[in-house]
Design a protein around this ligand. Structure first.
Ligand SMILES: [Fe+2]
Length: 155
């Protein structure tokens, strides 16, 4: 892909790709563990792999919405709505979502909260510490992520 002349977004770095692959693996594992079928679990893998695709065209702050728009253009299939919604609102606690936290949202956020930006798997606490270190402990990202982790029962 040609380098975008607009440098105001991160793009998908090699590190981000590793994060996406690890989140996909975690989504698949969590889906199987929660009793989903092999087909549904593979859809969950796909969701994890593409949840940060919007970084290609957006800075970090808008990436979830851009990811969802890109997925929407691929619409079709029973799980599309739930997957697009899970991707659109990943990282957001209730009150910042249009829907309740669905089973697929739970899988994606649980996976995303256990994978570092470089793709390595860590505890939720370590992931929260990383977000606080990168954005600041009083940042919107840190506050939302901690609230979400509590809502998911992860901390
Ligand atoms: Fe993301």
């Amino acid at each position: 892909m040609a380098q975008n002349p607009n440098k105001s977004y991160n793009g998908i770095s090699d590190k981000k790709l590793l994060h996406m692959r690890s989140v996909a693996e975690e989504c698949y594992r969590l889906a199987i563990e929660s009793g989903m079928t092999e087909s549904e679990a593979r859809a969950a893998y796909t969701m994890g792999f593409i949840h940060d695709i919007g970084y290609a065209f957006s800075p970090a702050k808008g990436h979830a919405a851009v990811s969802a728009e890109m997925l929407y253009s691929l619409a079709g299939g029973n799980l599309t709505h739930d997957i697009v919604t899970a991707v659109r609102f990943h990282g957001k606690p209730s009150g910042k979502r249009i829907d309740e936290i669905t089973p697929l949202s739970r899988i994606l956020d649980t996976a995303d909260l256990s994978v570092m930006p470089d793709g390595s798997k860590v505890s939720v606490r370590e992931r929260l510490d990383d977000i606080k270190a990168r954005y600041g402990k009083d940042s919107e990202q840190a506050i939302n992520t901690e609230k979400l982790a509590k809502e998911l029962g992860l901390i």
